[in-house]
Design a protein around this ligand. Sequence first.
Ligand code: ADP
Length: 557
Amino acid sequence: MGNDFITFLLVVIFILSLGWIIFLKNRKNKIAQAFLFFSITMAIWVFSNYMEDAVSIGYMKNFLLRMDFVSAAFMSFSFLLFSYNFSKDFFKFKIKIYGIVFLVLTLIFVAQIFFGKLVISGTELFSGVINPIYGPIYYFYIAFNLLNIFLGLLLLVVKYKKESRDTRHQTLFIFIGFFLMIVTVFITNVLLPNFIETQSDFLFISRLGIYSGLILAGFMSYSVAKTSFLNMKVISAQLFSVAMVLVFFLQLFSLQTKSDLFFKVVFLFIVIYFSKMIVSSVKSEVQRKEELQLMSDKLAQANDQLRKLDNAKSEFISIASHQLRTPLTAIKGFISLMLEGSYGKMAPEQVDVLNKVYSSNERLVNLVEDLLNISRIESGRMEFQFDKWQIENICQEVIDTFVLKAKEHKLYLEYKKPNQPLPELIIDGVKVREVISNLVDNAIKYTLEGKGGVTLKVEQRGESIRVTVSDTGIGIPESELPYLFAKFSRGKDTSRLNTGGTGLGLYVGKTMIENNGGKIWAESDGQGLGSRFIIELPIVKHKEEAEERLQKFINKI
Ligand code: ADP
């Protein structure tokens, strides 16, 4: 068997495989059905074109020539059908009637080609090559075919113009396939024949023109696969396997010795085995990928849902806290007035109880303030006011506030500041003070009564200022250190010492310090060995710099 024949068989089977593989993957899809129809007609067309010259029996030649004409008619019709199905989502009108008209016309031509003399009135032979003698409506037949193709392309143009950018390339691919086919046909059937002398070369070249249908079929199959979300990897692996098996199978028919044949058969089986393996491994890989994709889509959805819930929660917290704050302020005011004696003198027991009410109320006020801060952070509404501040003064104010509390807990409260004044900082001093206050408050809370105390230290370290709050308290186990600054994070053993804690203070503090361009972290040598909370703030000379940095930070969230 000659290479010529092998090429021919390969082309025909390849065209059929394209249509078949895609059809098998989604049988119900109209586009895939139309494409299968198109690929069958094209395969028959290539087949009859080759065979009409290859066979030598007269009436066979005659029949195959007519089949060549018939399949060409069906091919142009099926191209139109394909284009219609491929683009029908993009226009409103139905073209069923037109479809029927075209089909009827095609059938009339087919009947004429096979049984009449109007399209082909006879045939003539030139050294083995059969040629038709044109009948009176031959040019109508050609025009009809061209009309089908023209209308098919027109529909694709309409689709291309209307569709979105993301899917356009699928249509474009068909045009490219079409264009490449025309160019190939032009080269092989118009240009090259001028330079060819022998009949066999001529035949070979003109066949190449026929095979170029494969280019169009290939590009079309890619578009169909893409529109129906098929995976090109699997299809390519399958096509590749078909081609490999076919090449090795056809090798069996070439002239050879017996031992040659034996090796070729063995080889064929090996190729079949490996082809199957390749296809199934590609399939499973693709399947795994698709499953992963599905899972990540689901996760994304769930995440979205969670975010919505989180927003709703923040909104709720914000509204609830605002509503709580006003009555709490009123309560605080009235208790203060009562304690000052504005409503008459009270017995010492009453004062005692009222003091307890006052401090409980104070805890509630702090909690509501923390919740409000959280909702401000999460909705991006926390505002910062950058100004020049002297950090030693801020720390002094904090110390002054907590002197009494430390005394009540029988703890020392030491303030270590440098002898030289520190450079001014451009920060939101109110917020930084709030954070340092919270750290000192925690240090007192988490240190057992009478067991040591708290030290607040301020110093300059290179280009930044460092504030350290250290205590001799219960310490923090290493396993808890990484989670300390997370929302609602509370140490395991801490509720004994501080029942009213929420685990919000450090989270709010971290956000505030980071918005000031600084860093905050905790260190501890372990349980019972005290803790150190460290804030580092950069020395910034210009207000714009601080604001710019804040903006950068906000953008990053
Ligand atoms: P709260 O104090 O309301 O629980 P915070 O966010 O201020 O919330 O603190 C979170 C957790 O960090 C505390 O529950 C505690 O376990 C731990 N913690 C904070 N400061 C100290 C400290 N100085 N010593 C030991 N543990 C601390």
